[in-house]
Design a protein around this ligand. Structure first.
Ligand SMILES: [Zn+2]
Length: 824
């Protein structure tokens, strides 16, 4: 699964209530892997869907066998169902079995005691009622109803009717009785009867389609290789199916029809990813096909159902947005890599989720490195580490046998930190050993479940080295080193000295293999040292004071570091050390000291850095209030604003150039307003507005005649609003409404709050406020603490603004709405 970490701008209208961290009660229950009494072997399901009630009418045949010890009973997960009958199938006949059902589990008395490897088949006739199960559930399972009917009665004209399922963690058992645990695996046949106008997607291969006389069609999907129940998938809807292939296997993209023409621009790298990952792992893509489908109202990022990945609607980007970048590409890589790490070899329990999610997280690095270069990958790694360090979960172990809710495992430790750890491990053992060990782990454990120890054993087998220390430190231990690194030179001894102190809280001392590069001019010496004490002192021979000592020269350490480097050393580092993070550190050191000419020198170099991400970062970090920076940067920014090829960098340069408020650049802005990128166009319009508001208003009216989105929607709408044109409020409200919950929607809050504060129309205010309340209602449960106070704060700010403006009717309306707000 792909998760998200959101951030939000502070603005005058969005004032946070003091953020209270609510620690969940933490029962110290040991979270073992589920005991295996019976093993699933095969699952055959016949399903029909009732769109009026959001029910699934199911008949399922489960073939099982005792795992080892003989047994006369079977315990199935079956959540919130009506169970009509459970029977054992003998010679084609259903012989009813006794069972006890408590709404969550069915405890079945088998007809006799079965021995290991003696298989049997039970038949269950049932109705799944996911919406009613949800209504009965606690807050924690609000998003765990397994089967989702989206706009089932077609009441919302702006939303397609769809069905999709979400099994992880244990939601599959809401729509099919099963042993819903990650350490079970089963082959599968699904017969899905749906209205003929819809297409279906499920795991495995579409074997046949049969038209029925009642306007329905039955699609038969078959999965010949075993996988875990949480990876089951059913998707139904009105989709365009775009087909690619990889080595003769079907690769397909299910998108809403208006995105058919851009589906390949969004998903088209998938076959190349399959080839790259297959080769890197030495294990061919294991399944019969690979499909990806987009589901409405899917609040997580994406889900790696075997051969049938589900993405949230943010994956559907239009052509202009894709001009900026395909922001979904990392997610596409992430879910694909899960087809090996998660689907082929599956975490035996949620405690060991790292063997799924840390790999999927790291696959984003691997793909970026292969496709776009090491700088892009390192930037990703750096961002991921920052998110982990900024998260609340940094004190948790990667493999965790104690947690209050299994959903808590899907955090910045399992993902971000886990990916960082794999990157360190790769540097420590070397590329060849790293990928050979992954190959051994996959081939040894394929079609089975595994835990972190199996990974360690594979690495030890390949390298011949004991790695318990690494696993104990990073997988079974928590935290990260907090390093203070001091450099000095002793001229009499011709010796450079590096003192490394571990300053993290507590007694834990990390064992860290580290590369150290000592530079004298163009001459570089590399040393391999181990920091493994509270304080380590390293000496390096040097005929004169080194220009730079680069500790952790490969920049892979997962650590907080503090160094006493001078700007001279950072300038040298920027010019001579080759990694993204080397240059990034130099830029960030310079950003802090923009009064210093040496810092400005670093920033000016970085404006033309070979890597686009660093160019953008440098542009956005310029402090143009400093006259020296402003003067030196101006010609560079003007050049980038015109000639930069990468749209997000060009957009950043235009935004900064706009700060100069110089009419001489208006022609640059006027040209860029017509750029295909929403960001370039929006930023150019904003820059133009600062110098020539009349012309910008004319341009905004012209641009608003065609669909506008993202930055362009916000700027166009805001300029219209500022000119008293009510259509601006509508543009911003429509744009805000169209966004699913996610970063863009959070970013757009500022614009909608601005528009609503200015509107003179009560009707437009009402529409906007309704959109805000809908947003509030749809904040996923795990983000409620963080984002819950936003809308009430905006409403309060609006009401004050309306009072001040003497707009009594609007103020009264807002008061009433605030009084009616439902508590969370
Ligand atoms: Zn994932």
């Amino acid at each position: 699964m792909k998760r998200f970490i959101f951030s939000i701008f502070h603005c005058s209208l969005i004032i946070f209530a003091s953020a209270q961290v609510v620690e969940p009660s933490s029962p110290k229950a040991y979270r073992a892997a589920e005991k295996k009494i019976n093993d699933l072997v095969h699952t055959k399901l016949e399903a029909r869907f009732d769109y009026s009630k959001s029910y699934l009418y199911g008949k399922v045949w489960l073939t099982l066998k005792p795992h080892f010890y003989p047994t006369d009973s079977l315990l199935l997960d079956a959540k919130g169902m009506d169970i009509k009958q459970i029977a054992i199938v003998k010679a084609g006949k259903n012989i009813p079995l006794k069972f006890a059902y408590n709404g969550m589990e069915a405890n079945i008395d088998l007809d006799k005691t079965y021995k290991a490897n003696e298989s049997y088949t039970v038949y269950i006739d049932y109705t799944a009622k996911p919406d009613e199960f949800q209504a009965k559930g606690s807050a924690a399972i609000t998003d765990a109803k397994g089967l989702y009917f989206i706009n089932p009665k077609g009441e919302d004209k702006n939303k397609p009717t769809q069905i999709w399922t979400q099994g992880e963690t244990e939601g599959t058992s809401v729509y099919v009785p099963i042993i819903d645990r990650p350490n079970q695996k089963t082959t599968q046949e699904f017969f899905l009867t749906v209205p003929s106008k819809y297409v279906t997607l499920s795991n495995g291969k579409l074997m046949s389609q049969k038209n029925n006389t009642d306007g329905t069609r039955t699609d038969y999907w078959k999965m010949e290789l075993p996988h875990a129940p949480y990876l089951f998938f059913i998707g139904v809807g009105d989709y365009a199916i775009i087909k690619d292939q990889y080595k003769g296997k079907e690769v397909s993209y299910y998108v809403e029809k208006e995105y058919a023409s851009v589906a390949r621009k969004i998903f088209g790298n998938t076959p190349e990813m399959m080839a790259f990952f297959s080769k890197a792992l030495g294990v061919e893509y294991p399944w019969i096909k690979y499909s990806q489908i987009v589901g409405r109202d899917y609040v997580s990022g994406a889900m790696e159902n075997t051969t049938a990945t589900l993405h949230q609607e943010s994956a559907q980007q239009d052509a202009r947005q894709l001009t900026d970048e395909n922001k979904w590409e990392n997610t596409i890589a992430h879910e694909l890599f899960h087809q090996w790490f998660g689907d082929l070899v599956t975490s035996e329990s949620w405690s060991n989720l790292t063997v799924n999610e840390s790999f999927a997280n790291y696959s984003e690095y691997l793909w970026l490195e292969y496709k776009y270069g090491k700088d892009a990958a390192d930037e990703h790694n750096y961002t991921e580490m920052g998110e982990y360090l900024g998260s609340k979960s940094e004190r948790k172990e990667l493999v965790r046998f104690y947690y209050s809710d299994k959903e808590d495992m899907f955090d910045a430790v399992s993902y971000n930190k886990g990916g960082n750890i794999l990157n360190m491990l790769r540097k420590h053992v070397g590329d060849s050993a790293f990928f050979k060990a992954l190959n051994l782990y996959l081939t040894t454990n394929k079609f089975k479940s595994a835990e972190a120890h199996q990974l360690r054993l594979a690495f030890e087998e390949i390298t011949g080295n004991d790695l318990n220390w690494f696993w104990n430190q990073w997988y079974f231990g928590s935290g990260h080193p907090d390093l203070d690194i001091a450099y000095s030179y002793d001229n009499s001894k011709k010796q450079a000295k590096v003192i490394v102190q571990q300053k993290q809280e507590g007694d834990k001392i990390f064992r860290l293999p580290v590369f150290v590069d000592v530079y004298n001019g163009s001459n570089k010496m590399r040393y391999n040292v181990w920091a493994q004490n509270k304080v380590d002192t390293f000496f390096f021979p040097a005929a004169s004071k080194p220009d730079l000592i680069n500790f952790d020269a490969e920049k892979v350490l997962l650590a907080v570091t503090k160094e006493n480097k001078s700007l001279d050393e950072y300038l040298f580092q920027y010019k001579n050390a080759h990694n993204y993070v080397d240059r990034r550190e130099a830029v960030d050191a310079a950003v802090e000291k923009q009064d210093d000419q040496k810092a400005v020198d670093i920033l000016m170099l970085a404006l033309n850095d070979p890597y686009e991400g660093l160019r953008q970062h440098a542009i956005e970090s310029l402090d143009l209030k400093k006259q020296n920076v402003k003067t030196l940067a101006e010609p560079v920014l003007a050049n980038l604003a015109q000639n930069e090829k990468v749209r997000k960098v060009k957009a950043a340069a235009i935004a900064q150039l706009g700060e100069y408020e110089q009419a001489k650049y208006n022609n640059i802005y006027k040209a860029a307003v017509n750029d295909s990128s929403y960001t370039v166009s929006g930023n150019a319009l904003e820059a133009l507005f600062r110098v020539d508001p009349t012309r910008a208003f004319t341009e905004a009216k012209r641009l608003a005649a065609a669909p506008v989105k993202y930055k362009l929607a916000e700027v166009t709408g805001s300029i219209l609003v500022a000119n008293g044109d009510e259509s601006g409020t509508e543009i911003i409200t429509d744009y805000f409404k169209s966004l699913p919950f996610g970063q863009e929607k959070l970013d757009a809050l500022q614009s909608i709050a601005f528009a609503l504060s200015k509107t003179k129309s009560l009707q437009n205010l009402q529409k906007g406020v309704e959109a805000l309340i809908e947003f509030r209602d749809k904040i996923p449960v795990n983000y409620k603490d963080q984002f819950g106070p936003i809308v009430p704060n905006i409403l309060q700010g609006l009401q004050k603004a309306k009072d001040a403006a003497g707009q009594k009717d609007q103020s009264e309306y807002l008061k009433k709405i605030m009084g009616d707000l439902k508590p969370f």
